[in-house]
Design a protein around this ligand. Sequence first.
Ligand code: ZN
Length: 136
Amino acid sequence: MRTQTTIEQLHARFKAQHVTSRNHIAVKCPICGTVQSMASLIKAGAPTDEVEPHLGFSCEGRFSNAGPWPSDKRRGKIVEARRLVRGCDWTLGGLFRIHTLEVIDAEGKPHPMFEVASPEEAKALELLMAKKMGES
Ligand SMILES: [Zn+2]
């Protein structure tokens, strides 16, 4: 099912995530389910100065070269190992438009977007990013 939201509603949902900065506002890839933010996109290799348009549009795996997500039917050690890697090569700019959320802009035009992560998911990702940055 596809839901439509206004920019105002979208911002309200982001605000409800209660993350410490806009870099940690989180969305979820419709294919691999990886929760991601501008911080995690940059961590994955996205260019810092042009990361914003990619949030909610291209999965962070595109920047880390994670490769395609294995289908649910696939089994085996290699597939299991792949599923532990964050992200996939999905982008909403491709031929297949699998998405469940559309943001309606001021002109009434719909823009496909990844789902908004729950506040719990957003906070967990912020913690994970803080941990990873401390380690490196
Ligand atoms: Zn993905």
